[in-house]
Unconditional design. Structure first.
Length: 546
């Protein structure tokens, strides 16, 4: 196919917005079909070591050296009727390219991959008048930040460059895929968000996780923990790809369809790989994949389907025949608001007990913990957390604030350790915004921030705004205190008034779900001996966020 003329920047921007709007509408009204495997299709064409610029296995280099090969893969999938293709940029990220000593080429290779897919999509669209789309692929890289393989800032900035290149090349949506570490997943999403902010675009942002045959992600995260941690980031779609075939994905999809507020996607492998003398063989044929995905669309209401490793244009041709024009089954999800550790989700509403937050890992409230922290006895600090887990706490409060200490360093040390040692979610407790940020950048699960209030008002530079903005960015829940510009509320009426102001502000102006606001009315026990605190829990009208 002949190349299309390059449009002017203004017309290109308008065309991009039009395509994005059309994609959003399609995902909301019918099942959209994506492509299948990329890597195996490229390797089947036997690229030479010279094609790889002597960087064998770096498929992204082919975007520049052998664009004909990459284009041919996109053409093969569009020819069988898919709606969208993913860019050849799965490894165009900082950690993966750093292993080839070309980390400085993230943007270049991402832009080239998106541009090739865009050209082919536009050529097919011009040929028959049917819109085709490009999904910008953001792979996981080769480093796990939860295990300390790479720093948060380095990883986030690398994913931002990846996303900026995809946007520049003409991607209609971004898909963070094959994620194995929740902290890496969140970092990818934040990098993509920063890229969109920097370029002034608003593309659909999709997240697809890889679950092992063990039933968890690589680091042990259950499906509930993943949904709890990722959905509050404001992503547009969530689902599964890679690692297994469709059979092993069914129960995870069942959980998502019951609890996810956002649409679902699924792109399985062609079954579990079987190792042969010729390499990995994927046993699930085209009919088997089409059967499974057709059932998933009917039973779980999927909006986006496709294939991953081992799937071919023939797999996708049969899938297109089954689901083209089909409307996703209507879902009636029942979200379960809560927080999450790396491993599991914990609902805020407990069926048989109150929500218990362990306070013995608070440097202001526990002398034992504070002394261990001051002496850098980190293992002792972790053991105190484990004691509270064994005793039945639902979440753990982590506070490192202490005069003369470097709170950011202490929080990085302890939150990084708690991230893998604690099966319970963490409540990050600090008066310092930078300390809260340090904790959030270490935790793959969903944290709770303690706390926000109106002590210094609600202006753009107030602590309320800074902390809420941080919670919004990282998807954290919030504890809100009944304190305003006049100080701590003492009467029931004042507490209720401030609580209602907080709830209205956080939900209307900041987009925080009411169910993610934990109100602390600062009601003290009578044994405090403070006369002014008497009557603060008088049995009058109440309102709680739930």
């Amino acid at each position: 196919m002949a190349s299309l003329p390059n449009p002017s920047p203004s017309s290109a921007s308008a065309a991009s917005r039009s395509r994005t709007d059309a994609l959003r509408e399609a995902l909301a009204t019918r099942v959209v079909v994506a492509d299948g495997a990329m890597g195996t299709m490229l390797q089947a064409q036997d690229p030479t070591l010279e094609d790889f610029e002597n960087l064998e296995g770096c498929n992204e280099i082919l975007n520049l050296t052998r664009p004909d090969i990459v284009r041919s893969v996109h053409e093969a999938y569009f020819a069988v009727g898919v709606d969208c293709v993913e860019t050849n940029t799965f490894g165009a990220n900082h950690s993966a390219l750093a292993e080839y000593d070309i980390a400085d080429r993230v943007f270049e290779l991402s832009e080239a991959g998106a541009r090739l897919a865009r050209e082919v999509a536009d050529e097919f669209g011009t040929g028959d008048g049917r819109q085709r789309w490009v999904l910008g692929s953001i792979g996981p890289g080769t480093k796990l930040p939860t295990l300390g393989h790479v720093g948060y800032g380095t990883l986030r900035d690398g994913f931002q460059a990846n996303a900026e290149g995809l946007i520049a090349g003409g991607a209609d949506a971004l898909i963070v895929e094959t994620t194995q570490d929740l902290l890496q997943t969140k970092t990818s999403v934040l990098g993509a968000r920063r890229a969109m902010d920097a370029t002034g675009v608003d593309l659909p942002l999709l997240v697809s996780m890889a679950f092992e045959t063990t039933g968890t992600m690589l680091l042990g995260s259950e499906i509930g923990a993943a949904l709890t941690a990722l959905e509050p980031l404001g992503i547009d779609m969530i689902g599964l790809n890679c690692s297994t075939g469709p059979a092993e994905m069914s129960e995870h999809l069942r959980y998502l369809t019951r609890h996810s507020r956002i649409p679902l996607l699924c792109m399985p492998n062609a079954g579990l790989p079987v190792l042969t003398k010729d390499g990995a063989h994927f046993p699930l044929g085209p009919e088997g994949l089409a059967d499974a995905q057709e059932n998933f669309v009917r039973d779980y209401g999927l909006s986006l389907v496709g294939g991953c490793c081992g799937t071919t244009p023939e797999h996708l041709r049969q899938l297109v025949e089954r689901v083209r024009g089909v409307e996703p089954t209507e879902r009636r999800p029942q979200p379960e608001p809560g927080a999450a550790s790396l491993y599991q989700t914990v609902p805020f509403r407990q069926d048989t007990a109150y929500m218990a937050i362990g306070e013995r890992t608070n440097a202001n409230g526990s002398k034992k913990f504070r002394e261990a922290m001051l002496d850098a006895r980190w293992d002792d600090c972790v053991e105190m957390a484990r004691d509270q887990i064994r005793e039945g706490a639902h979440m753990l409060d982590l506070c490192v604030d202490y005069v003369g200490r470097d709170g950011v360093a202490d929080m990085e040390e302890l939150a990084g350790r708690f991230a893998t040692a604690s099966t319970l979610p963490i409540v990050l407790d600090s008066t310092e915004v930078d300390v809260l940020r340090a904790g959030l950048e270490k935790l793959g699960g969903r944290a709770v921030i303690n706390s926000v209030n109106y002590e210094d008002g609600d202006g753009p530079e107030s602590r309320f705004a800074k902390v809420t903005r941080l919670a919004q960015e990282h998807g954290a829940a919030l504890i809100a205190l009944t304190i305003d510009e006049e100080g701590q509320a003492r009467t029931v009426e004042t507490k209720v008034a401030i609580a209602e102001r907080l709830i209205e502000d956080l939900t209307t102006n900041w987009g925080i779900h009411e169910s993610d606001i934990l109100m602390d009315c600062l009601t003290f026990t009578i044994c405090t001996g403070q006369e002014e605190s008497r009557g603060t829990a008088s049995p009058r009208s109440r309102r709680s966020a739930s």
